[in-house]
Ligand binder design. Sequence first.
Ligand code: GLA
Length: 391
Amino acid sequence: MQKVFGRIFGEHESCEKFFAPGRVNLIGEHTDHEGGYVFPCAITFGINAIVAKNNLGKLRLYSMNMDGNFDTPFEIRYGEIENLDANSISKFERSWVKYPLSVAKILLGSNCGFDYGLDVLYSGNLPDGAGLSSSAAIEVLTGKILTDMFHLNIDGVTLAKISQQAEHFVGVKCGIMDQFAVSMSRKNHAILLDCANLNYEYVPLKLADCKIVITNSNVAHSLVSSEYNLRREQCEAALQDLQKVVKIENLCDLNEQDFAKFSGVIRDPDCLRRARHAVTENARALKAAEELRCGNLGEFGKLMNASHVSLRDDYQVTVPELDALAEFAWGTSGVIGSRITGGGFGGCTVSIVRENCVEKFVNIIGEAYEKKFNRRADFYVLETEDGAKKI
Ligand code: GLA
């Protein structure tokens, strides 16, 4: 990577290095935008950056993953960043720069008068379109770089919020989970995050004789932005109906009993299903964290399975490949639980598997999947990571 840096940006006297991880969510899916609980952890796959100052007054960016056809970096003067709008930002030939530029715009605002520029080289190993938060990783990473290099006094939670705003700016009305996990995670722990108020707690990942296995369906979740925003609108419509009869701010303010009592007022059946998912998933996430704390992995696994069913039938964000991966896992011995993870419409499942069964799990499911879909699945045994950092 250092060599490429020299080739693209020329030699520099000193460089800094940064890293931001991807994330996997163990349970609590599509609850973050409804003021509920999520339970993610950061993974060792992520994005590295090498950074140096330049005296051009420009932000110069190059991605080893995306810019193979270019010999020179993307460059922009600080003064121009402030004036970027959603339209102009989406028009750059190298479309990935919209993520770092949105962060720079929000973070630096009109204070772009720094007397030195920055050269940034990115290189990541997060599988493409796998739903492991590559966009949150590059957002938070860029935020970390800018705050460090310009000595801005911004903490990890604020950085997560700014990165979420950047994602909204480029078009997906996501919740805070991904950016929060990428920014704030702690190795060997998952974060139980209450998205209504951003209170959070690190829960040790006590897995006894089990491992967490991520299975990539290799179905890229490309449809996700329009469908994602549609799901949010449906939840919003359900909330508005409910607010006529009960005083709540978010769908996840309702427990399951109250939901059963009031949900008759939700007029549209699709909206009713979306809301039911949010309420039941929120209860599952909270319960699952408690079960993990008590070492009840079996119960944790059952909640994961129920989460998948709810995402399939009520929230309707699974695809046949992901349903099959979960079902294969449920039928394989040594599997404690398995579910789709992330926004949906492709991406990965996350499974808890007894360590001595992992090899069998990979072989059996890999073979069944390939036979059914004529497509390969990839498997990664989870290693957790800390949130974004300077290295
Ligand atoms: C995407 C979004 C998150 C969250 C998940 C679903 O990853 O970015 O905010 O809503 O989907 O849980």
